[in-house]
Design a protein around this ligand. Structure first.
Ligand SMILES: *Cc1c(COP(=O)(O)O)cnc(C)c1O
Length: 379
């Protein structure tokens, strides 16, 4: 079955009691039990809810995995995954991950005895050298936020397997339309569904998919015990968004290719980070493990002053955090998404003061380019 067909149909059956074609939103906390120990598979909505189950089944199919899990946000999904570990465990994380991942690791989880190292996972030798006897997890983001670096999924999965380390990939930027980490042997894939999966900038959610039965059982237990679950309404919204994921991603991708090519020709733009550009240092790797390059681009204008002026001058592109919606969003990583990363660390990972990130929407690409051309003209 093709991707779009799976996105539209997997897990979605007409409601047996009414024939409703669309998944009902099951707004219930509890479920009637016929007799002691006898129910229809649900007893309390923190443990399971039929609307959420449909989404969990659907995302599992899209990621070519066995089990899916839905959480209240991408961060709740990450927190649940880190709960698979215990005090004293060491985790290797891609050095320029989403700012919230860094914050969760350094400012929350380190208080509970987990140890994190942020390293350049695009270089396998660095990952290998960072492995310790107590390393239990490697957490990769690819492409990374916001510098769009690519980590080799197959090689990383192989290294992790050889050292009995759980491999995790944050697949938010690529989405299962462009990249399926589990196909390369990665153990756990996770998403901020807030972004492309829902795609309309109107809900928050997080999704996890994996294959291993033991890990799945433990994560199901954590989901129920810690309780950061996705509400039935948001699960329904996300399902609705996913139905058009394929057409949206194709357009995000083709628009971004054009926007990146345009930016690349502009003398006021010092550098463009987009894996679809031949000049991107890992263009070949992106071609190998992705089915397109996605809608995220970052580019350097040289200074905070110029970035500020540019962001004040855009009219169509909305200055906002977040990404992956149908509308073009533009942001300044150093003061927005990566504000919680210390300045020297930001410098080290390439999140310079002049760096601007753009989440290319699905508007008419000529209009997006015109807006950027106008704003660049103000510099
Ligand atoms: C947004 C984002 C997250 C966090 O997701 P929320 O839904 O905002 O909690 C994690 N990883 C990446 C790559 C993101 O873009």
């Amino acid at each position: 079955m093709g991707f779009s067909t799976k996105a539209i149909h997997t897990g979605i059956e007409p409601d047996p009691t009414t024939g409703a074609l669309m998944t009902p939103i099951h707004l219930t906390s509890t479920y009637h039990q016929e007799e002691l120990g006898k129910n229809k598979g649900y007893d309390y909505s923190r443990a399971g809810n039929p609307t959420r189950t449909v989404l969990e089944t659907n995302i599992a199919a899209l990621e070519n995995g066995k089990e899916g899990f839905a959480f209240a946000s991408g961060m709740a999904a990450e927190a649940a995954v880190f709960h698979l570990l215990k005090a004293g465990d060491h985790i290797i994380v891609s050095q320029n991950v989403y700012g919230g991942t860094y914050r969760l690791a350094k400012l929350v989880l380190e208080n509970f005895g987990l140890q994190f190292d942020f390293v350049d996972t695009t270089d396998l030798a660095v990952v290998k050298a960072s492995l310790k006897p107590n390393t239990k997890m490697v957490f990769i983001e690819t492409p990374t936020n916001p510098t769009m670096e690519i980590t080799d999924l197959r090689a990383s999965a192989k290294l992790c397997k050889a050292h009995k380390v759980v491999s995790v990939v944050d697949n938010t930027f690529a989405t299962p339309y462009l990249q399926n980490p589990l196909d390369f042997g990665i153990d756990i894939v996770l998403h901020s569904a807030t972004k492309y999966l829902n795609g309309h900038s109107d809900m928050l959610g997080g999704l996890v998919v994996l294959n291993d039965a033991k890990l799945a059982e433990r994560l199901r237990f954590i989901q129920k015990s810690v309780g950061g679950i996705l509400s039935p309404f948001e699960a329904w919204m996300c399902l609705r968004g996913i139905k058009t994921l394929a057409v949206r991603m194709a357009r995000h991708d083709s628009n971004a290719v054009e926007v990146a090519s345009f930016l690349n020709t502009q003398r006021r733009v010092k550098k463009v980070n987009y894996p679809g550009l031949v000049a991107h240092p890992q263009h070949w790797l992106a071609q190998k493990q992705m089915r397109g390059f996605g809608g995220m681009i970052s580019f350097d204008l040289g200074s905070l002053e110029k970035a500020k002026k540019f962001l004040k001058s855009v009219r169509l592109c909305a200055l906002a955090e977040s990404l992956g919606g149908v509308e073009t969003l533009i942001s300044h990583p150093a003061t927005m998404t990566h504000a919680s990363v210390p300045p020297e660390e930001r410098q080290r990972i390439g999140v310079t003061d002049g760096l601007v990130r753009i989440s290319v929407g699905i508007e008419d690409v000529e209009d997006i380019i015109e807006d950027l051309r106008h704003a660049l003209g103000k510099l």
